[in-house]
Design a protein around this ligand. Sequence first.
Ligand code: BES
Ligand code: ZN
Ligand code: MN
Length: 503
Amino acid sequence: MTTLHLSDGIIKDEILVVALSHKKSIRDGKANLVIESGDIALDSKKLLPILADMGATGKADEVIKIPGITTRLLVFTGIGEHKAVIEDETLRRAAGAAARGLSGSSSATFSLPTKKLASLEAVAEGVLLGSYAFDKFRVDSLAQRHPSLKAVTIHSKLAGSAGAKDALKRATIIGEYTALVRDLINTPPSHLNPESFCKEFTSLVKKVGGAGAGLKVSVMTHTQLKAKGFGGITAVGQGSANPPRLLHISYRPVKVKAKKSYAYVGKGITFDSGGLALKPAAGMEAMKSDMSGAAAVCASTIAIALMKLPVAIDCYAPLAENMISDNATRPSDIITMYGGKTIEVLNPDAEGRLVLGDALVKAQENKDLDGIIDVATLTGAQVVALGTRTAAIMTNNQEFSDHFFAISKTAGEAFWPMPLPVELRASLDSAVADMANIGERMGGMMVAGLFLKEFIAPELPWLHLDIAGPAYNEGEPYGYTPVGGTGVALRSLVALAQSAAIS
Ligand code: BES
Ligand code: ZN
Ligand code: MN
């Protein structure tokens, strides 16, 4: 990963990155460029005509490189319309786009407007998130890849302030654990299955200090899951040669009292073929990302522990591979979920809600919870409703949802509240069991949410985050978001724990 430094002195790198915005002139309506170079003064008179000649617009995701004056290279990263107060997410994206555009270079100084520590932290995050690359499986083609920026110095007047170092530390943790989520998502099912997912986190927990860091891991095997009645996880996993698991990571703050206690539950389908409701071949490869929720909740739990936040987290990842075999769950099979509810599996491709139902019930055995959050690439309907960049929040508690929504905004993640209309619930009624696993097709995202709601104690504040669209980027990279796994939800889950710490 790129290493970060702070400076408020002279620039030592050969590359200087600054921001560029545009401002409509009141006089002639023309768009004028504005160089926003933070605490470094640049000769705008000289540079603006060059930028104009180059066709610079200052729009987001525009990265322009010109020969520098005092440095070898001067890089302008677009932040869009000129504003007196620049949003942190704008800076995060601009820093990310520039870092991405500088792969192959060894070091650079970033001088973007950082009037407050949160902005400095956002720039640092953007640099780390934007310089991510996934080259683990390249051999012959590795030589043609540009390596990520090795070192970045963030130039800011705040560099020497008490909080700057801590801000950088936090950004480094976010960068490192977002990269882990992305790596896991990008790793194909040939190399990531329920068992290896558990091994990854078991050794990671050990590496970061285990019990000394307040972390504990436990894993339930296929045999244990069957014996204990986890009918959902078992039903989804039984068609695969790679048996299912239930991973539990708990974090308890060391020596301080937890101010809040949350359960984080993430869907961990390491590959979703659709099972006997086999998905079409076109696009099926994206279903290696169906464990994005599990990766996000597990990695965020480790990040929260490393930040030593005074919250208790019980993280559960129900892991299974949804495959076809003579042992696979058939449409019409009836299963008994953990806790006793019976489900008629009308569609084996609606498997996420089955593994989550079990894990949600298990998580609620902790009676001290202040809230429970599940994170899942649950429905194609989510992508239809909100597109590929916005995730959905569904809830049984408006206050919790409003709080999380506000938090996610500060973290720079796009979530949007969606309802759980009661009238859709009846569509999940089964002719033969307590409930069916599919209902009305229209509003399928909300139907899935209503299914999960049946597994939640009514008085427990609950959020269901459907991240089907934003978890995996099949389009072009933008801002700090690469192609493939994005790591969405991690920053919000960490920020929620941070907000509990200061409340
Ligand atoms: N993993 C998929 C949902 C998904 C779709 C995630 C596209 C990311 C991108 C999920 O298991 C699924 O197959 N859902 C079905 C549910 C349906 C059968 C009720 C769907 O959305 O089609
Ligand atoms: Zn799925
Ligand atoms: Mn499915």
